[in-house]
Design a protein. Structure first.
Length: 388
């Protein structure tokens, strides 16, 4: 709404406008109170019409504006693809025709109850839908289309994290000693010793490796994303786009910036792994300038596909009679082992893992940290109390 502020002999009409999703205050100066009052009434009529329009508008109509005004600014290409897919496949079909003013905590509870009975909608998917709608309605409040966000008080089903199947140290040793695929061998070493994610491993270039310091710099990730997302966002956060093999394909492979600042990090690697990297570098043929010199790549310089490493790992585990695990589980094995080695030093492990918050480690690996604390008490007994 608008207000009138007297400034010496003039009067200013003060109201909010929006530049994208940023609220700004606008001041309009008039010589008489009558002129200022007239302008104030005009501004409030415009505001009321706008609010009425969106109160009577549908969720689908509002989400179109939300994606354009908010998503284009704040989302990376991969986030844009996943969020627009949620809107297209789940939100619009289920309640896209509802008007904004019809949403209330009780109505949302009924909607969520119905969604939970749909076998195709998992608790994780429900959580993703809720996060997106909560964000959208926050913007509706910020843009003064609604007075409050009804999704703030909505209850969603809890997500109970399942224990991830991991390989033991002996199983990892067996895998590395008997692996017949050199590319997989190096990838397993990087995932286990460096706690690197799959996309980070596939995105490593030789200028990320510092052989003198024994470190690897993690600053990008390899991802397959939709072409339309790249076009809409003008290649936002994309460092390099690999040429498409098929022109009619809907996706492209890119090197992109990580989602969080914490993911950008420098990791120290054991000398054994550094020597493996030296040998790989000697054997690789140099590439033309302008093409990312990937550590893991095909002979023509093209990157490995995201599904290549999981497929190679599954095949190798089956051949060795080792239980099947995901490639990502190697990272969990790495973090678990490092917590044990460091006596539960969360900050040291967080520096390697690239978790945005230390709490993410304590929640998932609390049982490992507790075992380190138990060992600490035993060491306390041995080193101090036995001498009393």
């Amino acid at each position: 709404m608008a207000s009138i502020v007297r400034r010496n002999k003039s009067f200013s009409v003060v109201y909010n406008i929006y530049d994208g999703d940023k609220k700004k205050q606008k001041w309009e100066t008039y010589h008489s109170y009558k002129e200022a009052l007239h302008r104030k009434e005009q501004v409030e009529i415009i505001y009321q019409k706008k609010q009425l329009k969106y109160r009577s508008g549908t969720l689908a109509q509002f989400l179109d504006e939300y994606v354009e005004m908010y998503g284009h600014i704040h989302w990376a290409c991969s986030t844009y693809s996943s969020n627009t897919a949620l809107i297209r496949n789940y939100i619009i079909p289920f309640f896209g025709t509802m008007q904004l003013h019809e949403f209330s905590p009780k109505v949302i509870a009924v909607i969520y109850s119905q969604l939970q009975r749909n076998p195709k909608i998992t608790p994780q998917l429900m959580n993703n839908i809720h996060k997106l709608l909560h964000s959208a309605f926050e913007q509706a409040v910020l843009w003064e289309y609604l007075d409050y966000n009804p999704f703030k008080k909505a209850n969603i089903p809890k997500i109970y994290s399942q224990e991830i199947a991991m390989l033991s140290l002996d199983q990892i040793r067996i895998l590395l000693k008997n692996c017949t695929e050199p590319t997989l061998t190096l990838a397993v070493h990087l995932a286990f010793s460096g706690s690197l994610r799959k996309g980070e491993i596939l995105a490593l270039t030789w200028d990320d490796i510092d052989f003198g310091k024994g470190t690897v710099s993690v600053s990008k990730s390899l991802k397959r994303i939709r072409k339309d997302a790249v076009q809409v966002l003008n290649g936002k956060d994309i460092l390099y786009q690999f040429p498409a093999v098929f022109d009619e394909g809907r996706t492209v492979v890119v090197l992109k910036r990580p989602k969080t600042h914490a993911s950008v990090r420098t990791v120290y690697l054991p000398e054994y792994v550094m020597n493996l990297l030296r040998n790989v570098k000697k054997e690789q043929r140099p590439l033309k300038r302008g093409i990312p010199d990937l550590v893991l790549r095909y002979g023509n310089g093209r990157p490995l596909q995201e599904e290549t490493l999981p497929r190679l790992l599954e095949k190798q585990l089956l051949a060795l009679g080792i239980p099947k695990v995901t490639f990502h589980s190697l990272r969990h094995s790495s973090i678990t082992y490092k917590l044990i080695l460091t006596g539960g030093n969360i900050k040291a492990v967080q520096g390697d893992s690239g978790h945005a918050q230390a709490e993410m480690i304590t929640e998932r690996y609390g049982h490992i940290i507790d075992s380190c604390r138990k060992q600490c008490a035993q060491d306390f007994e041995e080193d101090f109390y036995k001498g009393l």
